[in-house]
Design a protein around this ligand. Sequence first.
Ligand code: SR1
Ligand code: MG
Length: 421
Amino acid sequence: MSEAPYAALTPETLPQRLGSLPALAERLGPAESWRVREVGDGNLNLVFVVAGAKGQAVVKQALPYVRLVGESWPLPLRRSFFEYHALKRQAARDPGSVPQLWHFDERQAIIVMEFLTPHVILRYALIEGRRVRGLGERLGQFCARTLFRGSDLALPAAERKADLALFAGNVELCDITENLVFSDPYFAAPLNRHTPGLEGIVARLRGDLSLKVAAQHLKMAFTSRAETMLHGDLHTGSVMVTDTEAKVIDPEFATYGPMGFDVGMLIANFLMAYFSQPGHETKAGERAEQQEWLLAETETIWETFAAEFSALWRSERRGILYQARLYEDQGHGLAAEQALADLLGQIWRDTLGFCGVEMHRRILGLAHNADFERIADAARRSACEARALAMGRQLVLGMGSVVGIRAVTAMARRMNGEEHR
Ligand code: SR1
Ligand code: MG
């Protein structure tokens, strides 16, 4: 590990500073051959693509502040430590799902990893109207495998408790989620912004007391129900794709929380991609098939998640919860199936609630989605956003009564055909 004090990399300093790292030199060739570009377009970090005579790598470095806002919002470098440890666990729990890790420097907050090529960020692919074969299935598997295998359903108790303690240190990134996702959208928080034209629906949402209460119930679930290691920021900007492959990146928000959080965030971002599509049309109806594909993939995410989670329940339930010695070994396999159904029901309800608040915060809060932001015309943008806001409300308030993912996609189709002002 580097002994020098932390210093942010630049394309100019990177070859000299990292040129002697075996992890890079062996894969890329001599530093004199390196070409470096900074490609980070996220809200927090520096991301460099380094190309050498023999190969390429990604060098990700945390900044000591929130990049989106600037130095006025300090943010600890140790988020890089949590990202590194989360990536290691995700690689073990769902092999092939994340980029290969090549080097970690804790003091410099640098992670060196595989450069995924020809992958692009899923969100941008969806904005362009592109499709990815097997996308929903792969993401559903990722959720099931990482969420199940990071929990007391699967891990030895001591290991799970050690990880619970480790990731409990990710305080500042949890604080971002706690404020930006669960609180700020529901009042006029200083960093909030929204598209002109949404004033009426925003006032109604912020005046909806049941919604405000439900959002805080969800916040309490997020802060107190440490069920498993979450990715913590599983949106379509945290997935890289080709036409046939998907990999998950950026788990710096990793923490222990409720299983439905990752699934809900992911589905919310598919639904926002769905509602944004008409805003990217050059002629009416042009994206209708793309919208249907997005809903089909949304259904597949949940259906695959539930099927894979059930398979893991039946084959890998070796943790301290719902032990086979209580059920199957006593000839009470049916009770284990009942417990599984109950648990999936709880995850489903949580998923819907987290999905709803994520849809709200990406339109009303600080951190918006390119899906909507890239719709240049404000009137078109606000029309798309209003439908997503209305659906978010239905999901939060209806989380206990919406039965099945097909009811969700049917709701999306209905909302997409309506005006919400
Ligand atoms: C201040 S950070 C804003 C958002 O960017 C990240 O991607 C997370 O989604 C966070 O909520
Ligand atoms: Mg990120």
